[in-house]
Design a protein around this ligand. Structure first.
Ligand code: AMP
Length: 214
């Protein structure tokens, strides 16, 4: 199964993609995670992306298309994959269509997680994650059961994304509306888009997704 999850920053794409990865045994490919790993390793690509990412802008289409094109050829993508954060522009969507067509593959579902912009700013600016296992938390909505200790692995160090601040989030939302929203029309014209209500609690969003995927 090949699945695309689309939604503004903070909509819960990563959370839902991770759950689907566990439930359906298909791998989550998050371009944001891939780029953050490149920035942390101070690779050449990382250096090129850092500035755009920190200001909330998108990195170049060519670069991200190259990354995805080689990643989906790897062995762990043989049973399908969940694209989380890609495509984010119409040229990326067109490049993906061509890549898949060349491999004789097709997209099964495009899931749009729809949410409210103001709520997103509050959601994103409060989020943090365990430095050890990556489990996600929120200052208000999802605190660890014991303050300062990860519920999942007992880790005591937490991190916040440097682009999760109010100013950068506004730029990221603008980028979403201007550059990414058109891909919903692109896939809508192919009859592939289904929407879920991303303002609902996490479990309820998962149920909506499971009902679509069967
Ligand atoms: P995310 O973790 O998906 O919110 O992505 C974090 C940042 O990585 C974005 O704000 C962009 O700067 C960059 N990024 C991730 N995916 C893409 C993409 N498909 N195209 C361009 N930039 C991307």
């Amino acid at each position: 199964m090949i699945l695309i999850i689309v939604g503004p920053p903070g909509a819960g794409k990563g959370t839902q993609a991770k759950k689907l990865q566990d439930d359906y045994g298909i791998i989550q490919l998050s371009t944001g995670d891939m780029l953050r790993a490149k920035v942390s390793s101070e690779s050449e690509i990382g250096r090129r992306c850092k500035e755009a990412m920190e200001s909330g802008k998108l990195v170049s289409d060519d670069l991200i298309i190259d990354i995805i094109s080689s990643r989906i050829g790897e062995d762990d993508c043989k049973n399908g994959f969940i694209l989380d954060g890609f495509p984010r522009t119409t040229p990326q969507a067109e490049a993906l269509d061509a890549m898949l067509e060349e491999k004789g593959l097709g997209i099964d579902h495009v899931i749009e997680i729809s949410v409210d912009d103001d709520a997103m700013i509050q959601r994103i600016t409060g989020r943090f994650s365990c430095a050890q296992c990556g489990a996600g938390y929120h200052d208000e909505f999802q605190k660890p059961e014991i303050e300062g200790v990860c519920d999942h692995c007992g880790g005591k160090e937490f991190t916040r994304r440097s682009d999760d601040n109010a100013e950068t989030v506004r730029t990221r939302l603008e980028e979403y509306h201007q550059q990414t929203a058109p891909i919903i029309t692109h896939y809508g014209n192919k009859g592939l888009v289904e929407s879920v209500d991303g303002m609902a609690p996490i479990d309820s969003v998962s149920k909506q997704l499971n009902a679509i995927l069967g």
